[in-house]
Design a protein around this ligand. Structure first.
Ligand code: ARG
Length: 291
């Protein structure tokens, strides 16, 4: 046994932008040079993988499926904790068939001992996985985004399945449609977040749980570069190409920012965090330990 962080990624061979279910998605821009974009996506994926490995991660890379291009965003596949997973229930028909495909991927991982239980969302619940249920290792609860893709019933289903507290945050901007596009808890107890994605209640909730010196507010420019959508391992934070001021501010807070050109995936509204799903997270992860 090691405590090496383990992430699921999905190979981008079948990635494309062929429909539009969020304002970032540009099927026209993709189709204008699909071959070049596919090559660029492959290069981006390899660069992200290299960055995560150099930060200490072990990667499980699953195959994608033709016609399900957004499988490259496995953060949306389900919510994982303590070797148990509750599968997503997607809001849009374009992604609905991913549920059964990710079930197979988790079932294969279960055969290898990585999972002990795979559950489904109850009827009426909509939930897009770790994109909308972000475990905060320092605080011991899930931050739960709802109001765009996931509904409150989905957020509560996650809380019940894991017997853990959820702290709901309503998302009010179609551009920041998953919590992970605008909210990122970090190993030192800091939270990087984009205030304009939340309503007044949500901001009050964040302020209640996160002390002022631990709040790192993303600017509009940071959010537009999808840099809040970051993968934190220990003190490293892997993200898309970032404004200098964000790199500096995170550096001042003690983090080492690793930037990767993820532009082909940003054409689909996704970046570093949503291209991964952390598989080894346990409740007992201690405060301040690698997230
Ligand atoms: N095109 C995908 C969608 O709209 C992007 C998903 C990004 N995932 C995330 N967790 N933010 O569903």
């Amino acid at each position: 046994m090691t405590d090496q962080p383990v992430f699921l990624l999905v190979d981008p061979a079948h990635f494309e932008v062929s429909y539009r279910i969020n304002p970032w998605m540009e099927p026209g821009a993709w189709a204008a040079d699909a071959e070049r974009n596919s090559r660029a996506a492959r290069a981006s994926f390899e660069a992200l993988s290299a960055s995560l490995r150099s930060a200490g991660a072990r990667l499980e890379i699953a195959d994608g499926v033709p016609g399900l291009p957004d499988m490259v965003f496995p953060a949306n596949a389900g919510v994982v904790l303590d070797g148990r997973v509750i599968l997503a229930r997607f809001a849009h028909p374009e992604r609905a068939n991913e549920e059964q495909r990710f079930y197979r991927i988790f079932a294969d991982l279960a055969e290898r001992g990585l999972f002990t239980e795979i559950a489904s969302m109850p009827d009426g619940a909509l939930h897009e996985g770790a994109g909308d249920a972000i475990w905060d290792a320092n605080r011991g609860f899930f931050w739960a985004g709802h109001g765009q893709r996931s509904n409150l019933a989905g957020a509560h289903a996650v809380g019940r399945f894991f017997s853990r507290e959820i702290v709901p945050l309503r998302l009010v901007s179609p551009s920041f449609y998953h919590l992970d596009t605008c909210f990122c808890p970090l190993s030192g107890g800091h939270v990087l977040y984009y205030p304009a994605a939340f309503d007044a209640d949500g901001l009050a909730t964040i302020h209640r749980h996160v002390a002022p010196e631990l709040r790192i507010e993303a600017t509009e420019e940071d959010a537009a570069a999808l840099c809040v959508n970051a993968v934190n391992i220990g003190r490293t934070v892997t993200m898309a190409m970032a404004p200098d001021s964000l790199v500096r501010r995170l550096g001042d807070a003690g983090y080492d920012v690793r930037q990767v050109d993820l532009s082909p995936f940003i054409l689909s509204g996704g970046a570093a965090y949503c291209m991964t799903l952390r598989l080894d997270r346990t409740v007992s992860t201690e405060a301040g330990a690698p997230q």
